[in-house]
Unconditional design. Structure first.
Length: 255
């Protein structure tokens, strides 16, 4: 390894450490701010304001990472995201996927890990934004349907956790059920990371050999009425989930 390559690696390692430290500090500050917002602002105003703040903060964090020379990104079809009643689903190859998605959709709602409600730094933001916890599948579906019917754009990662490299992709049926029961629009989004980084069980300091590129590609909307008209909701959700899994498998293999 030449000294130039070593220096580049060291620079990106230091940049990654700075980025993660910044995220931790920023999360702590937001954890202090949002509880005050929760107490002072009615829910009808609080939720859109909180989502705007989170959207803005996440976008600035990505810009910070780009400035540090860690990453860059590409977006295809961003104008198709953020429509009322739209369910946006995405695969989950890295730790940054939630940040990446929410930074590029205005005022999104999102299904997030229930454990965030036990995190003192995160409970304020997720509560203020009215995000949906995945504590219970039944409640998550009900909350997701209600959010879509109220006109939210809702983000879900059907895998539920980051993709395990080398293993077959598996989607939980909750996203498909929410789509069948409540979505006006179903839009799949394909996320790729090259070189791969921050995958499941990978430590932050295991940086890739060069600056990574995150790509978000909006795929064609999925027509939901044929599923709804062909069978009952549970069967329709099962078929939709199977078709979505096949679609993502095909797209990822193509890449």
């Amino acid at each position: 390894m030449s000294w130039r390559i070593k220096l580049n690696w060291l620079r990106r390692l230091i940049g990654t450490a700075i980025a993660f430290s910044s995220f931790g500090v920023g999360g702590s500050l937001l954890g202090l701010f949002f509880p005050l917002m929760n107490m002072a602002t009615p829910a009808t105003r609080r939720r859109p304001q909180a989502r705007k703040i989170i959207h803005w903060v996440f976008y600035q964090f990505l810009r910070w990472m780009r400035f540090l020379g860690i990453m860059r990104w590409q977006i295809e079809g961003q104008h198709l995201l953020g429509r009322p009643g739209q369910l946006v689903i995405a695969n989950h190859p890295s730790l940054l996927d939630v940040v990446f998605m929410m930074a590029h959709i205005d005022e999104p709602n999102c299904v997030v890990k229930g454990s965030l409600w036990r995190n003192p730094c995160m409970v304020g933001p997720v509560s203020a934004a009215g995000f949906i916890p995945n504590h219970s599948s039944e409640q998550m579906v009900a909350d997701g349907v209600a959010a879509l019917q109220a006109g939210d754009c809702l983000i879900i990662f059907p895998e539920g956790t980051r993709t395990t490299p080398g293993k077959e992709m598996q989607f939980h049926r909750g996203a498909a059920t929410i789509a069948i029961k409540g979505a006006r629009i179903l839009t799949p989004v394909l996320i790729t990371v090259s070189p791969t980084t921050l995958t499941k069980n990978e430590k932050w300091y295991k940086i890739p050999p060069r600056r990574f590129v995150m790509t978000l590609r909006v795929l064609n909307d999925i027509e939901l009425e044929p599923y709804r008209q062909a069978s009952t909701d549970p069967i329709a959700a099962r078929r939709l989930n199977s078709d979505l899994t096949a679609l993502y498998t095909q797209e990822l293999n193509r890449g």
